[in-house]
Write a protein that binds this ligand. Structure first.
Ligand SMILES: *[C@@H]1O[C@H](CO)[C@@H](O)[C@H](O)[C@H]1NC(C)=O
Ligand SMILES: *[C@@H]1O[C@H](CO)[C@@H](O)[C@H](O)[C@H]1NC(C)=O
Ligand SMILES: *[C@@H]1O[C@H](CO)[C@@H](O)[C@H](O)[C@H]1NC(C)=O
Ligand SMILES: *[C@@H]1O[C@H](CO)[C@@H](O)[C@H](O)[C@H]1NC(C)=O
Ligand SMILES: *[C@@H]1O[C@H](CO)[C@@H](O)[C@H](O)[C@H]1NC(C)=O
Ligand SMILES: *[C@@H]1O[C@H](CO)[C@@H](O)[C@H](O)[C@H]1NC(C)=O
Length: 327
């Protein structure tokens, strides 16, 4: 290959480092359920709002307040509620529950383990609290329930049961409950084997690390999925609600630009084929490096292929004067 070649490069990304980090929030006053709100945000902006630090939290609150709204707005937070038994029991009876009314309430978004009280009723509770507990020995079909009157947190209790017996107790029906209830009466409260994973996600799939939970109740009922709001009446703190409720919401977008740049290459070495994938890749790499040196690390570069699948074409004589780009 020899001569002058033209290729088109597609640049997309953030203009400056700071615009890459700070996304913009957009308040939408139309009340929708969470999934509708998510679709709307994905079509119109990037996604439902994610919040990763206090600065973003403040920005979101300011955006909603400026729109004159001052109660709950959907954000991108959702959680699966998946209760499990410590021994993995998943057959008939695994869904048996004996919650006291208004439980599980997921107080302060911090309760993942289950307690039975002296009345036989169940409460969700902080797993790190030390409590007596009930193990079982043998198999579930032919088991001895064993009360242990030593206060341990849930995972220590589980370990103890697994070391000395079979596991923390599984409660499959009223008969199990009544037997265990009798054992718990003198202990007051005790852990049983029911717990759930703290599965909380952002709508865009990114992990949840920063949090700003309201320190009150999040009644879960028998819901399998719950969705998050920022409650402006509670200082923007997060709470969980049934996803089918209709509420205004907040989307986010990342300010990006897209632009096309013509690249003109003069080749003297006839052994080089610019359309060789390895060569194209190498040129991109070098351009990306140069952009990085100029502080534009958030920019993505891609070659634009013509209909024939090639990027570079020989400059035709008499064609429009090509813009030479300096990068
Ligand atoms: C129950 O658990 C067993 C063992 O972990 C697993 O193989 C099976 O698929 C589970 N069944 C259901 C219905 O989840
Ligand atoms: C339970 O207690 C053990 C030992 O004191 C500790 O290492 C562990 O972190 C505790 N777990 C929870 C969930 O609090
Ligand atoms: C647990 O059960 C096994 C047999 O299944 C028995 O040998 C053992 O003594 C039992 N342990 C207690 C503490 O009851
Ligand atoms: C989700 O959004 C955050 C910005 O809030 C961003 O940092 C993160 O990379 C995004 N995750 C995905 C998987 O797009
Ligand atoms: C989120 O965290 C989990 C466990 O810490 C990890 O396995 C997973 O890859 C992470 N997901 C993302 C998108 O970062
Ligand atoms: C939201 O509404 C749509 C259509 O009205 C429905 O298909 C969807 O299941 C609803 N989502 C939730 C979480 O209730």
């Amino acid at each position: 290959m020899e001569g002058i070649f033209i290729g088109v490069l597609c640049l997309s990304g953030c203009l400056t480092f700071s615009t890459c980090l700070l996304h913009q929030y957009h308040f939408v006053s139309d009340a929708m359920n969470w999934t509708e709100a998510q679709s709307y945000c994905r079509e119109t902006y990037t996604d439902l709002a994610t919040i990763e630090n206090t600065e973003e939290m403040k920005k979101l609150k300011d955006t909603v307040s400026a729109a004159g709204h001052n109660s709950e707005v959907w954000i991108g937070l959702y959680s699966h509620i998946d209760w499990k038994w410590s021994d993995g029991f998943n057959q008939s009876g695994a869904e048996y529950r004996n919650w006291v009314s208004n439980e599980p309430n997921y107080l302060a978004a911090n309760q993942f383990c289950v307690n039975m009280n002296y009345g036989g009723s169940w409460f969700d509770y902080n797993c790190h609290e030390p409590r007596p507990f009930v193990c079982y020995n043998g198999t579930l079909e032919d088991s001895d329930f064993v009360p242990v009157n030593t206060a341990k947190n849930w995972s220590e209790a589980q370990r103890h049961c697994r070391e000395h017996f079979t596991d923390l107790v599984t409660v499959r029906n009223d008969a199990d409950r009544d037997k265990i209830h009798k054992l718990i009466k003198p202990l007051g409260w005790a852990w049983i084997g029911l717990y759930r994973d703290p599965q909380i996600y952002w709508s865009n799939g990114s992990n949840y690390s920063f949090s700003s939970w309201y320190q009150g109740y999040n009644p879960l009922g028998s819901m399998k999925v719950v969705c998050g709001v920022a409650d402006l009446e509670k200082g923007g703190k997060w709470r969980l609600f049934p996803c089918e409720e209709r509420k205004p919401f907040v989307c986010y977008s990342v300010p990006t630009v897209k632009t096309l740049v013509k690249v003109r290459v003069e080749l003297q070495d006839s052994s080089v084929d610019l359309n060789d994938p390895a060569v194209k890749e190498q040129i991109l790499k070098e351009l990306q490096e140069r952009l990085k040196e100029k502080g534009l690390s958030g920019v993505t570069l891609k070659w634009r292929e013509k209909a024939d699948g090639k990027v570079f074409h020989k400059e035709e004589k008499g064609s429009d004067k090509k813009k030479k780009t300096e990068l």
